[in-house]
Write a protein of this length. Sequence first.
Length: 340
Amino acid sequence: MCVLVTGAAGFVGTHVSAALKRRGNGVLGLDNFNDYYDPSLKRARQELLERSGVYIVEADINDATLLKKLFEIVAFTHVMHLAAQAGVRYAMENPSSYVHSNIAGLVTMLEVCKSVNPQPSIVWASSSSVYGLNTKVPFSERDRTDQPASLYAATKKAGEEIAHTYNHIYGLSITGLRFFTVYGPWGRPDMAYFFFTRDILKGKSIPIFEAANHGTVARDFTYIDDIVKGCLGALDTAKKSTGSGGKKKGPAQLRVFNLGNTSPVPVFDLVSILEKLLKVKAKRLIMKLPRNGDVQFTHANISLAQKEFGYKPTTDLQTGLKKFVRWYLSYYGNGKKSVQ
Ligand SMILES: NC(=O)c1ccc[n+]([C@@H]2O[C@H](COP(=O)([O-])OP(=O)(O)OC[C@H]3O[C@@H](n4cnc5c(N)ncnc54)[C@H](O)[C@@H]3O)[C@@H](O)[C@H]2O)c1
Ligand SMILES: O=C(O)[C@H]1O[C@H](OP(=O)(O)OP(=O)(O)OC[C@H]2O[C@@H](n3ccc(=O)[nH]c3=O)[C@H](O)[C@@H]2O)[C@H](O)[C@@H](O)[C@@H]1O
């Protein structure tokens, strides 16, 4: 297996690239090192990967010429496509970034994949946010996904529809993974678990969203090591694409899986765990869940991934946050130096 990992300097991409290398797969990363969050964290992840022999090409997934060149040089058997504009709320500030990376970037990647011979199999990151305003829990893959609550969710849903098209016309083998709120060491500073930690240590108040009538807001928090196992399981069970050079040869594999945990946890409980781990009382600022793309809860039915490739999350939030806090304190010191 020889894998092109896009978004390799990102949180999930770094962990997936390292895991592929550790088990002996060929890995080449690609990332544009954008400044959606602190690029120095992406550079530090790049150094970590380089120490284990994984290199990252600095490029944009919209650069079709460069992508084609890479495929001429390396016979990738798989693409682990993680490069995207992530983040639910930021879509209200910078919508074009989501179109650039999550729509145009995905189409460019698929256009290149369908034109090389033999075509690689593709595993890419969709998102639990496609379930949008669904209230039937736990969410299963066949549940409706036509009520996205954010532009981010809409671009991920669009990605799933675009994948269907490239599978149908060009015979590309494509697997979409709906990750559920992933956290862990080397994580993303724009995510609540991360900036809550930073701000609790700084004594700053943290805004905790609450639904109407004091409704609990909860997430199916999924530890990064469990997500990595799911990604590798999807790669290992990806069937070869059947098209080559654009000619279709029969039905190619098209799959979608939830990669979540076993039960959602209220955000309030996440804060209580962080207080205990940091030994600092949080300054809680309770706020009404803003209409900013956030949904009240997510909860994954993971039986399909369990059946298909033995996906089994084993890390609970308490254990996972302990590992994150240990990394956070070692990377930023005891909260004195912190991410912007
Ligand atoms: N972390 C989560 O909780 C979560 C949950 C669901 C889905 N996802 C998805 O998983 C994938 C990885 O997410 P992450 O949490 O590691 O985010 P991340 O932002 O850390 O990683 C994404 C990486 O892609 C790169 N990138 C973005 N646009 C690019 C472009 N046009 N060209 C090249 N590189 C580009 C960024 O520089 C970044 O390093 C994303 O597709 C995200 O939408 C993440
Ligand atoms: O599962 C997913 O698909 C999504 O998971 C996360 O999105 P989210 O669950 O909103 O993660 P956070 O932004 O870390 O929020 C976690 C919880 O904290 C809450 N929150 C967030 C921010 C804040 O200031 N206060 C607050 O209470 C949110 O409502 C949410 O319930 C990632 O940021 C998205 O990239 C990803 O697509």
